[in-house]
Design a binder for this molecule. Structure first.
Ligand code: HEM
Length: 383
């Protein structure tokens, strides 16, 4: 079979022409164009990872329906504002986790803890379910990380399969899913555990009935157009869309601050001033928001972006139009709170042998010269 895939891929490389675009403004224009559809390879990858019916692939009508009738309330400005104390609590747990893991005084890879915090926000704020990823107890977190690492560190063989994907008929693809391959085994395990979780959350939503506050899974349960078996698909979409994106962005912000100690110190002064209030006024912290805003440039590097970065506001990183990131308000709030908690408590600097560089995978992945994924930084207490 491997030989078959190899020959097929070779034939594709010889005959297929691909146009690769990295400019963010052009990308945004194309993605928002009514004629735009994802290619069959991407479609298959999404279907196999999340299951059929995910918001990222459905028709325009269904997309509008899922967002407006079911998903939007959980991510509204009102709900995100109400979640601020919970996000802050998770931010404190994140900083405590750094203490517990002995980060101060050492050079450590900070990236895993950041994604854990992002997963805990989705659990506590959106699902009302504690993953306790920061406590090191989340199987969903572990499996999701393994899968994302596999996708973002593709082996040569995986790259060949990716190129061949578009040409494999759907039926065969569904059969291939059950092959005894380690990566597919992890994917099946992840799907089972998230399907079990959605069944558990759906049963709870049925028991408790409609609530005054938005209930992500409950909204699917109470909608006639969504079969029970599809709820896991939406759960996986949101968990995947919200974890690595937020964790990676936060990682790059902290890395940049470690690279620029003066800017970091200036930000710390802004944080100390804001901390005089019981709840900092995050939206009015000019330097903090400029730095978060600039992180768009890291996610979508390109010369054009630099001209638009301060005028485009947050919107660029989250794209725009009907498919604009559903969780953008939540993500901004997480970034604000986590940066304030971490930079308020720790001084970050680059280790002497720093070789972190960016590689474009699904997000902008950070890896060292030896190809190891992560962001090693030197951490000290603020004195
Ligand atoms: C810094 C963090 C984040 C970044 C940079 C980001 C970026 C994006 C981008 C660029 C898209 C559009 C993708 C496309 O059209 O193909 C998107 C879509 C989406 N994002 Fe985010 N995202 C972030 C955080 C989150 C969070 C925290 C959640 C949820 C908890 C989330 C949920 C989603 C969903 C569900 C979609 C699909 C929306 C649709 O198709 O209508 N994202 N995100």
């Amino acid at each position: 079979m491997f030989l078959g895939i190899f020959l097929l891929t070779l034939a594709i490389f010889w005959t297929e022409r691909r146009l690769v675009i990295s400019d963010p403004i052009t990308t945004k224009y194309i993605i928002n164009h009514p004629l735009f559809v994802f290619g069959p390879g991407h479609e298959k990858a999404v279907n196999v990872s999340f299951g059929y019916g995910s918001i990222v692939l459905v028709s325009a009508d269904r997309h509008r329906y899922l967002r407006n009738n079911i998903m939007n309330p959980s991510f509204s400005a009102k709900n995100v504002r109400a979640a601020l104390p919970t996000i802050r609590e998770i931010g404190r747990k994140l900083a405590d986790r750094w203490e517990a893991l002995g980060f101060p005084g050492n050079t450590v890879d900070i990236s895993g803890t950041l994604s854990d915090a992002a997963l805990d926000v989705m659990g506590d704020v959106i699902l009302e379910h504690s993953f306790n990823a920061l406590g090191g107890e989340s199987e969903v977190g572990r499996l999701q990380r393994t899968l994302l690492n596999m996708v973002s560190s593709p082996t040569k063989f995986a790259q060949l399969i990716d190129a061949a994907l578009s040409y494999v008929p759907d039926l065969i693809f569904r059969v291939l899913y059950y092959l005894p391959i380690q990566a597919l085994h992890i994917l099946r395990e992840y799907k089972k555990i998230t399907d079990d979780l959605s069944a558990q959350l759906a049963a709870r939503a049925r028991d408790e009935g409609p609530s005054d506050t938005p209930d992500f899974v409950g909204a699917f349960v109470r909608d006639d157009t969504v079969p029970d078996g599809e709820i896991g698909v939406h759960l996986r979409t949101v968990l995947t869309a919200g974890e690595d994106t937020t964790g990676t962005t936060l990682g790059w912000i902290l890395y940049k601050l470690a690279q620029m100690p003066d800017l970091q110190q200036e930000l710390r002064r802004e944080i100390q001033l804001a901390a005089q209030k019981e709840m900092p006024d995050y939206d009015n912290m000019a330097l903090l928001n400029a730095i978060i805003n600039a992180s768009a440039a890291l996610l979508f590097p390109g010369e054009l972006l630099n001209k638009h970065i301060y005028s485009g506001g947050f919107a660029l990183a989250f794209l725009g139009g009907p498919g604009v990131c559903l969780g953008w308000r939540l993500a901004i709030s997480e970034l604000q709170v986590f940066v304030v908690e971490l930079v308020g408590r720790f001084v970050l600097s680059l280790p002497e042998n720093d070789s972190v560089r960016a590689r474009v995978a699904m997000t902008l992945v950070a890896e060292s010269a030896d190809g190891k994924r992560g962001i090693p930084l030197h951490v000290e207490h603020v004195t």
